[in-house]
Ligand binder design. Structure first.
Ligand code: KIV
Ligand code: ZN
Length: 383
């Protein structure tokens, strides 16, 4: 097993399934280009049979995007696979992503199939897809809740049928990191032909575990991660690309793998996806939130102004942000206020500064943030 992790972005497919989000073809191309620039390996462009608009999106992205694999989602049905193959025809590198549920819950309530019937349908889907493309990914929907012995059987059969990548989705965000790690590592250990395919993590965030589970999957031997920008997606969302990438980079000592992402483009693409989807990024979101490199308490400000690494494990420049921010609030100390005054071009004797600082505390107790404008007013009053 190599140490290169392939990044499969599904912002345009699973991400676009976020309630309330719709992207037109032009917007998808804009995001697709930015994803190529970011360095992702695979772009899941859509679900071609789902609507004429999605077919057109997959076809257009297949024409426009170079240097990346373009992927289309299908159910394990011949008409879906034929439709995806048609949409993907212009792609430099095309992948069909097909599959079926593997949990008892999905087999019984959704698919109304026995295990054997589902297995046969899956194998036939892979064989058919291989007639059109060399690269076929098989998803075992709801693997997180499935019987492990059945999962092993499915993996072996779909690899024999020609699957090049096997996706192990925790569709309902049910598993915990240790369980997901075991799921991946047990598949790799127990399935005889597991060395013939790459295993992929596809985790949802229902219990806030998507990033942790994906990273656990990588530790367990998965070499593809399925992610979206800002973690958008069905319900509580998918695994967030920026979180996984930065964890792999910042903790390279621990994970000992690498990926092809240019992290300095992360903030820019986060803003682009937020603007085009209308989905705001929460201020305290890891890596790309507005507060991710902002310090407001006196203790933290003092530390970070003396040495950034006291409270920051990520240099904001790494993700394309200008610098850390010192936010002035009633919890800020003298060091932070002096720093912000200096940024505005002011410096004072200690005596004068004490007067400004006392007035600052009076203002700060009434507001959530003391702005540069407020600081200028304070300075004027003292003068
Ligand atoms: O969550 C899931 O299981 C999926 C599959 C269709 C890959 O999105
Ligand atoms: Zn999903």
């Amino acid at each position: 097993m190599g140490n290169r992790v392939s990044v499969f972005d599904t912002t345009l497919r699973d991400g676009e399934q976020s309630p309330g989000v719709h992207l037109d073809v032009g917007q998808k191309v804009e995001i697709g280009m930015a994803l190529v620039d970011l360095g992702v390996d695979v772009i899941e462009a859509g679900f071609p049979i789902s609507s004429p608009g999605d077919f057109e999106s997959v076809q257009t992205l297949s024409k426009e995007l170079k240097g990346v694999t373009v992927c289309g989602l299908t159910r394990a049905l011949a008409k879906d696979i034929e439709c995806a193959a048609e949409a993907l025809k212009p792609a430099e590198r095309a992948r069909i992503h097909t599959g079926l549920g593997v949990s008892e819950n999905h087999l019984q309530y959704k698919l109304k199939m026995s295990r054997d019937q589902a297995l046969e349908a899956g194998v036939n889907a892979v064989k058919l897809a291989r007639n059109f493309v060399d690269d076929v990914e098989y998803f075992m929907e709801d693997s997180g809740r499935a019987d492990r012995e059945y999962v092993y059987r499915v993996v072996e059969a779909v690899i024999d049928a020609g699957a090049t990548v096997v996706n192990v989705p925790d569709t309902t965000g049910y598993t915990y990191p240790q369980e997901y790690h075991e799921l991946i590592s047990n598949i790799i250990e127990r399935v005889p032909n597991s060395d013939k395919a790459v295993f992929s993590c596809h985790c949802h965030n229902d219990l806030g575990m998507a990033t942790a589970n994906t990273l656990a999957g990588v530790l367990g031997g998965a070499r593809q991660v399925e992610v979206t920008i800002n973690g958008i997606g069905e319900r509580a969302g998918n695994t967030s690309l920026e979180e996984v990438v930065m964890a792999l980079k910042i903790r390279a000592d621990y994970f000992k793998v690498n990926c092809g992402i240019n992290a300095s483009k992360l903030l820019k693409i986060s803003h682009l996806v937020s603007r085009l989807t209308g989905m705001m990024v929460q201020r305290n979101k890891a890596v790309v939130g507005a507060n991710a490199y902002a310090h407001s308490s006196g203790i933290h400000q003092d530390g970070v102004l003396k040495e950034r690494s006291t409270y920051e494990i990520i240099d904001p420049k790494m993700v394309g942000a200008d610098k850390s921010e010192i936010i002035l609030t009633a919890r800020s100390g003298r060091h932070g206020v002096k720093h912000r005054l200096a940024e505005l071009g002011f410096s004072f004797t200690e005596e004068r500064f004490e007067k400004i600082y006392n007035d600052f505390l009076g203002v700060a107790d009434k507001k959530s943030e003391v702005t540069s404008e407020d600081l200028r007013d304070l300075v004027e009053t003292v003068h």
